[in-house]
Design a protein around this ligand. Structure first.
Ligand code: SAM
Length: 278
């Protein structure tokens, strides 16, 4: 019988944040696959757990997944851990889960710390709906394109960022998304935990003095993509509006129906307009 694959969340700072279940799983599995074995060894030593470790990081994820799957098929139970927080969230994990599913291996998530979720719940921004972006690309052009893409996202946005890139990223957020309300969740669960809640420009004024690990949360856009499209449609003349749909290959009947819906008017009014023009 195949072994089980456990995805074990570990602390993001405060070691007390490991769960009893996580500790039990780490004690009971046959092997722990860790992003950085030395880092995980520190955690295991702290909890007096001794287990064989295998490294499993982004660059080796594909090849190592195959090896781990073989071991799982042999009946070994394996835990995946990352350096901090929840595996698979801007950390290795996604790849092995896919291969494990293909091989009908049971996957068991062991809940625990996740910087994004803890930053969100204390941010004061809307928690009803949110969009997790993770790390933006290190390539400036791609980073800007991503921000353009999410400009009209109305959900709270959650980003991870390396400390030395924080200033540059905030400058680009200001340029592309405007002077929105943002929250920097700094050093979560650690001694210097702090929430900085302000407009991007005000935070940039203070930024030189800020150090540590951060989650960036951005208030969702007050204007949605749909609003923009509707605003644009409302500024069109009826003839321009007609041409818009004609170019999409719609029939006259369909076009009139769509225009009436877009403008929230009776379709006979629109029909009348085009009849009178003929
Ligand atoms: N898998 C992790 C999780 O569940 O949150 C995230 C790992 S990702 C490689 C590391 C990023 O998470 C950091 O650059 C930072 O943006 C965020 N992060 C991790 N620990 C944090 C902490 N204690 N306080 C604030 N942000 C943290």
């Amino acid at each position: 019988m195949s072994g089980k694959l456990y995805l074990v969340a570990t602390p993001i700072g405060n070691l007390d944040d490991i769960t009893i279940r996580a500790l039990n799983v780490l004690k009971e599995v046959d092997l722990i696959a860790a992003e950085d074995t030395r880092h995980t060894l520190g955690l295991l030593n702290h909890f007096e757990i001794s287990k064989p470790l295998i490294s499993y990081y982004k660059q080796t994820e594909k090849a190592r997944s195959e090896i781990l799957i073989e071991k799982l098929k042999e009946g070994k139970n394996i835990a995946i851990v990352s350096d901090a927080g929840t595996p698979g969230i801007s950390d290795p994990g996604e790849e092995i889960v896919k291969v494990a599913i293909e091989n009908s291996i049971e996957i068991i998530p062991i809940p625990g710390a996740c910087a994004a979720i803890n930053a969100l719940i204390a941010s004061g921004l809307s928690t009803k709906e949110f969009s997790f972006i993770g790390f933006l690309s290190a390539v400036k052009k791609e980073k800007k394109e991503k921000l353009e893409e999410i400009k009209y996202e109305t959900r709270t946005l959650i980003l991870y960022e390396a400390p030395h890139k924080l200033k540059g990223t905030l400058e680009m957020i200001l340029e592309v998304l405007g002077d929105r309300k943002i929250v920097l969740a700094r050093e979560l669960t650690k001694i210097h935990e702090e929430f900085i809640r302000d407009k991007v420009s005000s935070i940039l004024d203070k930024i030189e003095t800020i150090k540590g690990e951060f989650v960036i949360l951005i208030e969702g856009s007050s204007v949605s993509k749909k609003d923009i499209e509707e605003e644009n449609i409302n500024s069109l003349s009826l003839d321009e509006h007609y041409d818009l749909y004609k170019n999409e290959g719609l029939s006259k009947k369909e076009i009139i129906k769509k225009i009436a819906k877009d403008r929230n008017v009776n379709k006979n009014e629109i029909y009348q307009y085009f009849i009178n023009k003929e």
